[in-house]
Design a protein around this ligand. Structure first.
Ligand SMILES: Cc1ncc(C[n+]2csc(CCOP(=O)(O)OP(=O)(O)O)c2C)c(N)n1
Ligand SMILES: [Mg+2]
Length: 665
């Protein structure tokens, strides 16, 4: 006999059955969706929400709430049912009835920013787990900064077999284990079923051993025995390590014909089977009907946190940290960082250092790091190459949570996803580095950052064939174009130290989307002698005008190739051909400018217009209506950078030659 047989005056099983009923009915109505997972995890979720999760449905953004991440995002009806039943304003019954319909609050997979109470966008399996690691990191850091009175919450994850099969789970759990993120708990929906059938078709991993090997506390429970679930959750709360709880469950629990099979995974059960399931569960309501007493009990669960939130608000009011806490969550210190960056830009404009843009970025970070305590840096084991560590910055470790630099290890995917989690948590602004060629490893999480609209800043160095000797594996060719293809991602490729500072300003200012800085390994000359206005802010601008007559040639370039364009301009001017140079550090921002400005920068359509970037030309023709492009059409080669540039014909001479050819054509 279960000890948790009653919750808020009703049978605990009925609370779980309400979730099951809504999941079945919504999927049936939509004629698509995933009923099996919500039905399997309904009992565990009921225990979590009714006994452990710190939340107040009336204030989904309470900063000290526990974070709940549904990493197995296909089970979205579990989350929507919980949000509805506990009384989130955003989730009336009508929205449940409109599951998966255009404009509803109940899209197929949970979308952050679309539905209150959804902490992160999930669906791409495994990423939610890594988001949660980032959330737990943010919590631990802010706890060190502001104390238990203001920051003291947990992060809970529901992950499925699929999340644990994904490679990112290994990266994420290893990072969490190393960091001893003891306020992180993963409930694994251990139902041994995925889409194709039994998990054993493709996987015999001892998941528990895997987590244990990376420093986790590992527990098991019967996912349908609420006492057993509560016992495990209770032990997790007391652990000094992150905890995995293997919840042994039956997918589609309650369905006479489909429970325990992959048939329950991702399709409606059908009216007959729903009726049979409801009968088997002892549930009498028709479609979308929840008995009043069950509804009332869930509502009470939804307001469990009201008192605690009130007490928290009182503590904040009285706290010495109040202003700093508010500033951290509202991003108020960004302004000071912008000033520091402006000072650095002014200095660079005056001193004109010939630096690699990664070094300029490093100096920019150095200049602003003190002004913006919310910045949390890091790198995927490339700190000395990425120039991401401001001098004197201490590491974030279990012993020193106040540290502001994270050793992510060689885990680009989880790093990017953890950065998303940190940004979603709030109170911190994550930036971190790797080589641009490995943007491919981070890409799925960068995509979700763009979809969610969160401020994660990627510092990606070694941005072209200019990498040199490391060769084609390390020389990005198609990455910049591929990144520009992601909606709502700003890709910055600064040309010198002034632009590097400007691009950093723009990345910090973007609180509704991610940014990526593509930065060079090799030194490049200073090009700007005036930093009084942020010229990068308009995406592209005229760096040098034509001289000696009407401009005949416009050379448009980014990053280190702007210096080549400047040299090509000298060659052309010397031959009496008036030539302009346009620097284009951010296509996305240029695209946002009004037509007048764009026309002004692009110039007379009769001009010969040439683009140059040491990468593929995809996107260039559309953006700038160029007539020719000097860049890459194949993979690079291993040799000193200068030789590689010459080998692939990316030189000032080649640009000038192309311009003359077009003028003569
Ligand atoms: C990265 C990624 N690959 C593939 C999918 C498609 N997909 C959705 S659910 C699923 C099976 C997941 O199995 P499991 O986590 O065990 O969920 P269950 O069937 O138990 O609900 C797959 C392959 C996805 N959503 N994300
Ligand atoms: Mg499964």
């Amino acid at each position: 006999m279960s000890k948790i047989d009653q919750i808020e005056g009703v049978a605990a099983k009925d609370l779980a059955n309400a979730i099951r009923a809504l999941a079945m009915d919504a999927v049936e109505q939509a004629k698509s969706g995933h009923p099996g997972m919500p039905m399997g995890m309904a009992d565990a979720a009921t225990v979590l929400f009714s006994q452990f999760l710190k939340f107040d449905a009336s204030d989904p953004r309470w900063p000290d709430r526990d974070r709940f991440v549904l990493s197995a995002g296909h089970g979205s009806m579990l989350l929507y049912a919980l949000l509805h039943l506990t009384g989130y304003d955003d989730m009336p019954l009508d929205e449940i009835k409109r599951f998966r319909q255009l404009g509803s609050k109940t899209p197929g997979h949970p979308e952050y920013g679309h539905t209150e109470g959804v902490e992160t966008t999930t669906g791409p399996l495994g990423q939610g787990l890594a988001n949660a690691v980032g959330m737990a990191i943010a919590e631990a850091h802010l706890n060190a900064r502001f104390g238990d009175a203001l920051v003291n919450h947990r992060t809970w994850v529901i992950a499925g077999d699929g999340c644990l099969m994904e490679g990112i789970s290994q990266e994420a759990l290893a990072l969490a284990g190393r960091q001893k993120l003891n306020k992180l708990t993963v409930l694994w929906d251990d139902n041994a079923i995925s889409i194709d059938g039994a998990v054993s078709l493709s996987d015999i991993t001892d998941q528990k051993a895997r987590f244990a090997a990376s420093g986790w506390n590992v527990l098991s429970c019967d996912g349908h025995n609420m006492d057993d679930v509560a016992r495990a959750l209770d032990a997790a709360v007391k652990s000094d390590k992150p905890t995995l709880i293997a919840c042994k469950t039956t997918i589609g629990f309650g369905s006479p014909k489909k429970a325990g099979t992959h048939k329950a995974h991702g399709e409606p059960l059908g009216p007959e089977e729903i009726a049979a399931t409801k009968a088997a569960l002892g549930w009498s309501g028709g479609p979308f009907e929840i008995p009043d007493n069950i509804r009332a009990a869930w509502k009470k669960i939804g307001s469990r946190g009201v008192k605690e939130r009130g007490a928290w608000a009182e503590r904040l009011k009285a706290s010495d940290h109040k202003a700093a806490f508010r500033a951290a969550f509202d991003g108020d210190n960004v302004e000071a960082a912008l000033d520091a960056l402006a000072q650095y830009a002014a200095k660079a404009a005056a001193e004109k250092p010939a630096l690699a843009t990664r070094a300029s970025s490093g100096a920019a970070i150095e200049a602003m790091f003190g002004a913006l305590p919310e910045l949390i840096g890091g790198s995927a084991d490339l700190t000395p190459s990425n120039n991401t560590l401001a001098k004197g910055t201490e590491d974030f470790t279990p012993e020193h949570r106040a540290g502001r630099y994270i050793r992510y290890g060689i885990r680009e995917h989880a790093m990017a996803a953890a950065m998303n989690g940190m940004a979603l948590h709030g109170g911190v602004i994550p930036y971190a580095g790797t080589f641009l060629t490995f943007a491919d490893y981070s890409r799925p999480a960068i995509r979700l950052a763009a979809l969610m609209g969160v401020r994660a800043i990627h510092v990606m160095t070694h941005d072209s064939i200019g990498v040199g000797e490391d060769g084609p594996t390390h020389q990005p060719v198609e990455q910049i174009a591929a990144l520009r293809a992601i909606p709502n991602l700003f890709v910055f490729r600064p040309a010198d130290a002034v632009e590097a500072a400007e691009c950093w300003q723009l990345a910090l200012l973007r609180d509704n989307g991610p940014s990526l800085l593509a930065l060079s390994r090799q030194a490049t000359p200073a090009l700007r002698d005036d930093a009084s206005a942020n010229l990068s802010a308009r995406g592209a601008y005229e760096l040098l005008p034509a001289e000696g007559g009407e401009s005949q040639v416009a050379l448009i370039a980014t990053g280190t190739e702007v210096a080549l364009a400047v040299k090509a301009r000298e060659l052309l001017q010397a031959q009496g051909i008036p030539t302009r140079v346009v620097s284009a550090p951010c296509f996305e921002l240029f695209d946002l400018q009004d037509e007048d400005y764009q026309d002004e920068v692009l110039g007379d359509p009769n001009e010969v217009r040439i683009g140059c970037e040491a990468a593929i030309g995809q996107g260039w023709y559309e953006m700038f209506a160029i007539s020719d492009f000097i860049g890459m059409t194949e993979f690079g080669a291993s040799a000193p950078a200068k030789d590689v540039y010459a080998h692939f014909g990316i030189t000032a001479e080649a640009i000038a030659e192309a311009a003359k050819d077009l003028l003569e054509a």
